[in-house]
Design a protein around this ligand. Structure first.
Ligand code: GUN
Ligand code: ZN
Length: 429
């Protein structure tokens, strides 16, 4: 007899994109609803899910919000131990804190310790899928995929490639970046829930030869993602102009080397020129908003409403450890605040969609991740909407469900995560 699990609670449901249509048409919360899970997959939602029998186990989450597991579309798991490091902007922050720590992941045992620690922290915060950069060491990619497989998590990751402007011990070459990335891709892509992403760190740390070699690899394997950084800080953009005098703009350093495409995922993308915005949208590439990082490292105010309303594919991410939190709730709150500073109010429905379906779409995994519907993978995050006294007293004033949810988005953290499901199984507590 197949075991089935029935979860009851308020269920977050998507019918469309709440940025290109009215949020209320695209997103709803079915109050006192149900989700039925069988063999790792959601098989029914709503009345159709309300089955009973000796093979059905009931998980009563009445009053809680049943969400898709959060999808964090841009993280650096090797930076877990240096999160919240004080006082630097991007390039100094990389040289002072990040590169020395990434060097330590040359030791495969340390890499596995950090991978385990990072994924446990992600799950504690309701994040069931991530797209992560590793370090230049191929064993750091193995460590993350092995740790993810042990937890049943769907993870995207790639070896970070750098052949200049990085310290000794943290540089590869154009050829070794190609060879190592190809070997890792062959070893991991499509193995269980793992997906490989070709990962040049960003143009300042790759020669044109390395970018071209990785562009060639991508053209041989266009089914995989390519992730990198784009236009995060103004000083960085000026540096890119110096390093690539022929390039029309930052995006052109990728475009000219075969690294612009629909499966390209461009982290940050804050200070874009009109040409860059047009090209990203023309090719159907994804950009990823990392608001806690953008405020913490002082990068700038991403144009969420402008880009998302224009139909640009946008994901949401912590950017651990440039970001200051592992929590996608804190990240949604920061996205709200950054948009307010640009004069727009993002609705809770839009924030929750971004943290789940939006990020899954940015990673081209929306056919099976990021939504609660029959046929989707059963990765869930169940939120307690009264997790602290401060949230409880505010939620008590709510006269409709969205007003009860918003305080948890703005003030919630891992204490709001009542239960996490990964691949159809509740995470052991
Ligand atoms: N740009 C290049 N590398 C990084 C990184 O590790 N973090 C952030 N925030 N930006 C980057
Ligand atoms: Zn990053």
């Amino acid at each position: 007899m197949t075991q089935r699990d029935l979860i009851t609670g308020h269920v977050l449901q998507f019918r469309g994109n709440p940025f290109t249509q009215h949020w209320a048409e695209a997103v709803s919360i079915a109050e006192n609803s149900a989700v039925l899970i069988e063999n790792g997959t959601i098989v029914a939602v709503g009345e159709a899910a309300r089955v009973s029998g000796p093979d059905v186990t009931l998980h009563d989450h009445s009053g809680r919000l049943v969400c898709p597991g959060f999808v964090d579309a841009h993280v650096h798991y090797p930076q877990t131990a240096i999160i919240a490091s004080w006082g630097k902007r991007l390039i100094d922050w990389l040289n002072t804190y990040t590169f020395p720590e990434e060097m330590r992941l040359a030791d495969p045992a340390y890499a596995r310790t950090i991978a385990d620690r990072y994924l446990d922290l992600a799950l504690d915060h309701g994040t069931t899928s991530v797209a992560s950069y590793a370090t230049i060491h191929p064993t750091s990619v193995d460590a993350l995929f092995e740790a993810a497989a042990a937890r049943g998590m769907a993870v995207v990751a790639g070896k970070t490639c750098m052949d200049r402007n990085a310290p000794n011990g943290l540089r590869d070459t154009a050829q070794s970046a190609y060879d190592d990335s190809k070997a890792l891709l062959d070893r991991w892509h499509g193995k269980g829930r793992a997906q490989y992403a070709i990962t040049p760190r960003f143009s300042p740390t790759s020669t044109p030869e390395q970018l071209t070699a990785l562009g060639a690899l991508w053209s041989e394997r266009p089914d995989v993602l390519m992730q990198t950084h784009l236009s995060e800080q103004v000083d960085e953009i000026a540096w890119v102009q110096d390093l690539f005098p022929e390039a029309r703009d930052y995006l052109d350093t990728y475009e000219a080397t075969g690294l612009l495409g629909a499966r390209g995922v461009y982290g940050h993308s804050i200070h874009l020129t009109p040409r860059e915005v047009a090209r990203l949208s023309e090719v159907g590439a994804s950009v990823v908003h990392c608001p806690t990082s953008n405020t913490f490292i002082g990068s700038g105010l991403f144009d969420l409403m402008g880009l998302a309303r224009a139909g640009q594919c946008v994901g949401l991410a912590t950017d651990t450890g440039g970001g200051s939190s592992f929590s996608m709730l804190r990240t949604m709150a920061a996205a709200y605040e950054v948009a307010q500073l640009r004069g727009a109010a993002v609705h809770a429905a839009q924030l929750l969609w971004l943290a789940t379906a939006g990020s899954a779409r940015a990673l081209h995994r929306h056919d099976h991740l990021g939504a609660i519907a029959a046929g989707m993978d059963a990765d869930l995050c169940i939120l307690d909407l009264t997790s602290t006294p401060a949230i409880t007293q505010r939620a008590a004033q709510a006269d409709h469900i969205w007003d009860a949810v918003f305080p948890t988005i703005m003030m919630g953290d891992d204490r709001a995560v009542a239960q996490v499901w990964v691949g159809g199984k509740p995470r052991p507590t």
